[in-house]
Ligand binder design. Sequence first.
Ligand SMILES: O=C(CO)COP(=O)(O)O
Length: 134
Amino acid sequence: MSGKRRIALVAHDQKKDNLVDFVRRHAAELGRYELVATGTTGGRLVEACPQLTLRRLKSGPLGGDQQIGAMIAEGDIEAVVFFVDPLTPMPHDVDVKALMRLAIVYDIALALNRKSAEALLAFLRDREKGTADG
Ligand SMILES: O=C(CO)COP(=O)(O)O
């Protein structure tokens, strides 16, 4: 690891534009973290924010969600921003659930939509300042 704290970024197809918008608006702040993303999401983010250094994992349905889950289990993830699409059936739904489950098990900050992602960043900011628990 680089020594920076790590954040995972993931979005389902219908939510990728929303995540790109979120990351673009917070690029400077997110750039202070080591960023990992599932494959297609990562491609979109790198295209939109070429200044960000981001490691692309496998695409979600091909194991990317599980790679993030494994990082959580290893203690290598600080927070997960995962913009989920609740209206479309996913062939890899079990992987999505497994990732969320591990985030809960390990008490990892997990944001599933834009407002909770804003709250997550505020929490990380407070934690850096030493004014948040956890
Ligand atoms: O499917 C995903 C999360 O479940 C995201 O994967 P991609 O970023 O490769 O589209």
